[in-house]
Design a protein around this ligand. Sequence first.
Ligand code: G6P
Length: 371
Amino acid sequence: SAVEKGGWSSFMAKEISEQPEAVSNTLLGRIHNDHVVLGELEGIDELLTAIDRIVILGCGTAAYSAMLGKYAIEKWARIPVEVELSHEFRYRDPVVDERTLVISISQSGETMDTLVAVQEAKAKGARTLSICNTQGATIPRESDAVIYTHAGPEVAVASTKAFIAQITALYLFGLHLARVRATLDDETIATSIVELQAIPDKIRWVLEQHGDITELANWMSDSRAVLFLGRHVGFPVALEGALKLKELAYIHAEGFAAGELKHGPIALIEPGQPVFVVVPSPRHPNSLHAKVVSNIQEIKARGAKVLVIAEEGDVAVLPYASEVFRIPLAGPLFEPLLAVIPLQIFAMELATAKGLDVDQPRNLAKSVTVE
Ligand code: G6P
């Protein structure tokens, strides 16, 4: 009902607007004196020093937060992390043992593909950690430990605030692991915590561009295909942007790693082809900014309609972009928490422009409890 939607036109619109709180509530009570304190891991801290490998499992949007978890955990805790779709992991006799930590990500905690993958990992002796948004759900109950995300109930089928909260929880875990395994100095941990704490206000800033994104979505409502490019942590953002557009607007959409462009996807570029590009800040040390801008030049030269998501001060993108959506400066690993938001809004508004039900897309279910 309208009351449940709190005045918003859809649950999805409401949930997108709740993303600042999804982050701050997931951080709540978990930071003390410049350290991450995850009381729920107390029982497994010893184990966290003994593992030699991490595998992160999930389906759909959860698999993309898993990818972001890999970038952060490897960077901070210097331990190999693999990401795999739960249903691929389950039936290929995966190599895991007592020294493997298997982290499952699931908003509902009921996705059958992920549940059976966790059970298989347990049967092989792996330790299991669940990241879940639903108290007492089946997957956390089957796991050795759980970090709950506090995004609040997510009703719209397409995940938004739960995704943002999953990334937050994975980053908290990465910083916790880095302390337990002594791979980061206190100052780096403290700086990363400050970055996380600044995210809610930065999300609010991005949300203010809703109107501009709606305008673009209205113009583009007859698009046949949209491509998304990103590099490093921008790559999972591109994949998520494409998934949202497929799920909600029924438009053929694909996300690519920007570095892969020349190995295939550039053949798809013809005059007028819309391409979203997630651009990293030029201000980061060793930034991939120049490489991504050169990708933009290559697609622009072939006639692409370039839609850019870039940091506020970045003027290098201006000569090539049809549209630029701005995000505030954030550390290299933290940009996805901001860059994905214009893409969520774009998919929702384009679906709305096509007259579609954004909360209940055809053929999809919020929680898939069959294999
Ligand atoms: C379904 C939903 C997706 C979701 C995926 C995983 O396919 O439609 O939005 O990302 O399941 O759900 P989970 O509850 O495990 O995060």
